[in-house]
Design a protein around this ligand. Structure first.
Ligand SMILES: [Cu+2]
Length: 325
């Protein structure tokens, strides 16, 4: 969920549609690789400083409190559906219930409105504080059922929401039906160190830039630098049959606001076939400073794409393929 300040600092925030309609004014340090056959870093991160998050259904099982500083999240998707998690830093006095009632429910109603349902304006009035006082601070990329996504972020003390907004086949956000949790980052300082990367990605006004060649299979740690104001994230996708794959299906599906009300609506499951989602990182938004996150993945020989959740009209600047030999 992208706050207004992101939209005002970027011409194409993830929530540009909301802005245009203007109806919301009311408002790892130590990893072990068990097997080179692993598609992701499943079970590869065994560190005392790793924070585990697990989904067993439409839920998040996460700690209530973690220390501040560098944190590596191991997000295990033990469901039969595709998910991700995003961390949203919210004001200290806001509760999980308030976020649900004042952000998740009206946002979900807004989607229904865009699909042509009759919704009263007050039913889709997202709270103003969400646009001015909440911002995204990392999380995982999309991760397939049975897989684990590993991502790292440097967190400040505060009040955080954990959320997934993939959509059910009926159009409802996963966050509406339980994929919403709250976590406090305390003043205690994590002993974790910043990860070391072997692949660098940068996201800026030119899009998604891959700054290193990736050729060898095995475990890789990706750093992702976000230029000030950047709202694009990174998802790592394996293209199972590169000669036949329909990339257009993926490029249309990857953004929540694409094709609303149509059969190929963005982020609505099932995802297009032929693509395996194996992690990545959500963006860390800052209007003034560069921010960096990390993610890990185990690559096998094959063709992969790095792609951001951005509207279709700018997807080509946010889409890069590479081949592991
Ligand atoms: Cu989900």
């Amino acid at each position: 969920m992208r706050p207004l300040k992101q939209m005002t600092t970027s011409l194409y925030g993830k929530f540009l549609i909301l802005f245009l309609l203007g109806i919301f004014t009311i408002s790892c340090e130590k990893e072990e690789l068990n097997s080179t056959n692993l598609e992701t870093a499943d079970a590869s991160v065994k560190s005392m400083n790793t924070v585990k998050i697990t989904s067993t259904g439409m839920n998040f099982d996460a700690p209530d409190e973690i220390p501040q500083g560098w944190t590596t999240f191991s997000y295990k998707n033990k469901t039969s559906e595709l998910h991700f998690f995003i961390l949203v830093k919210i004001p200290d006095d806001k509760t999980l219930e308030e976020y649900h009632q004042e952000v998740t429910v009206p946002f979900n109603n807004y989607l229904k409105f865009l699909r042509g349902e009759e919704i009263e304006p007050e039913e889709m009035a997202i709270a103003g504080w969400f646009f001015t006082e909440a911002y995204n601070t990392g999380g995982s990329g999309l991760i397939d059922p049975g897989k684990t996504a590993v991502s790292s972020v440097n967190l400040e003390p505060g009040n955080y929401i954990i959320e997934c907004y993939v959509k059910l086949p009926n159009g409802d956000f996963h966050s509406l039906v339980g994929m919403l949790d709250q976590m406090t980052v305390t003043n205690e300082v994590s002993t974790s160190k910043e990860p070391k990367a072997d692949v660098s990605i940068r996201i800026d006004g030119n899009g998604l830039n891959l700054e290193d060649e990736i050729k060898r299979p095995g475990l890789h740690t990706f750093s992702v630098d976000f230029a000030p104001g950047s709202t694009a994230d990174v998802h790592l996708v394996k293209i199972e049959n590169p000669d036949n794959a329909n990339r257009e299906l993926l490029k249309n599906w990857i953004y929540w606001g694409n094709n609303i009300g149509q059969t190929n609506e963005g982020l609505m499951t099932p995802a297009p076939e032929g693509f395996s989602f194996i992690g990545g990182t959500q963006e860390f938004f800052d209007s003034e400073n560069d921010k960096r996150t990390y993610f890990q993945a185990v690559l096998k020989p094959g063709t992969y794409a790095l792609v951001s959740e951005v509207p279709y009209n700018i997807i080509d600047e946010h889409y890069i393929e590479f081949t592991v030999e």
